[in-house]
Ligand binder design. Structure first.
Ligand SMILES: Nc1nc2c(ncn2[C@@H]2O[C@H](COP(=O)(O)OP(=O)(O)OP(=O)(O)O)[C@@H](O)[C@H]2O)c(=O)[nH]1
Ligand SMILES: [Mg+2]
Length: 237
């Protein structure tokens, strides 16, 4: 089985971290917790759990800079450690640990990048209000039209990359911080000619802890998408 590493970014996920690490324990993956010095002590808890659970590693970062930089640091570490498959996943149970084997299987069957998708047949969102549904579905629609792709869920963060994808796309050039990071990495993979496959997932709103979603994150995605298309048209991407 190829070595798979789940990159798990955390910021104030003290209540979710231990159940999440345990739920992933039988999935045959290593887990890299990427904590940005969470004030609630998530980083210290991660260290304690890593000394108990041999499939867990921890990457501590000095400060919160958004999801994008945290993932990039995680990807670099996972590549350096020799991972064949690198996954992204939220630590708030919005992404179901039970879906991890399906993402891995799709990559093993040949997809270069697998997206857990809420907006394909069989996918769903649970417990989100009308506004959140609108922002999320609208964001994916906006990105799909502007970027000219057929993909339905471009903002989701439950993904599995084959190593060669992350080795090929220019990680140093990726500068998105929030949802735009998901759009940008997928678009760069498409532009580089990699196959991207969506598999249905049910996304559930978090039950504990607070969301880090902000207006700035939405605004970044709105301006970043046309910028990506323009860069592609100018042959810079
Ligand atoms: N290391 C790190 N992790 C982060 C940062 N921002 C969010 N996270 C983590 O990334 C995952 C997704 O963040 P959420 O707070 O759920 O944000 P979201 O999924 O965009 O928003 P909701 O859908 O409202 O929950 C969670 O595991 C967070 O703890 C960050 O700046 N640094
Ligand atoms: Mg979330």
């Amino acid at each position: 089985m190829p070595r798979a590493v789940v990159c798990l970014p955390t910021y104030n996920e003290h209540e979710n971290l231990e159940p999440m690490l345990r739920a992933l324990g039988d999935k045959g993956v290593r887990i890299l917790v990427i904590d940005d010095n969470s004030p609630d002590g998530t980083g210290e808890l991660a260290d304690r759990l890593a000394s108990e659970l041999d499939y867990v590693d921890v990457l501590h970062r000095e400060r919160k800079e958004g999801l994008g930089p945290a993932y990039l640091a995680g990807f670099r570490r996972a590549l350096a450690d020799g991972a064949d498959l690198i996954l992204e996943m939220d630590c708030d149970f919005s992404h179901d640990p039970a879906d991890v084997p399906r993402l891995l299987a799709a990559a093993e069957e040949g997809a270069d990048l697998v997206l857990g998708s809420r907006y394909v047949k069989g996918g769903a969102v649970r417990n989100w209000g009308v506004l959140r549904r609108f922002v999320s579905a609208g964001g994916s629609f906006y990105a799909r039209v502007l970027l000219g792709t057929q993909l339905r869920d471009l903002t989701g963060g439950f993904k599995c990359y084959r190593r060669r994808v992350l080795e090929t796309i220019d990680l140093d050039a990726v500068d998105s911080k929030g949802y735009a990071f998901q759009i940008e990495t997928t678009y760069r993979a498409l532009r580089a000619g990699f196959s991207v496959v969506e598999i249905p997932i049910t996304f559930a709103d978090r039950e504990v802890g607070g969301s880090k979603m902000s207006k700035a994150i939405v605004a970044e995605a709105i301006w970043k998408v046309p910028g990506l298309r323009l860069a592609a048209l100018l042959g810079r991407l």
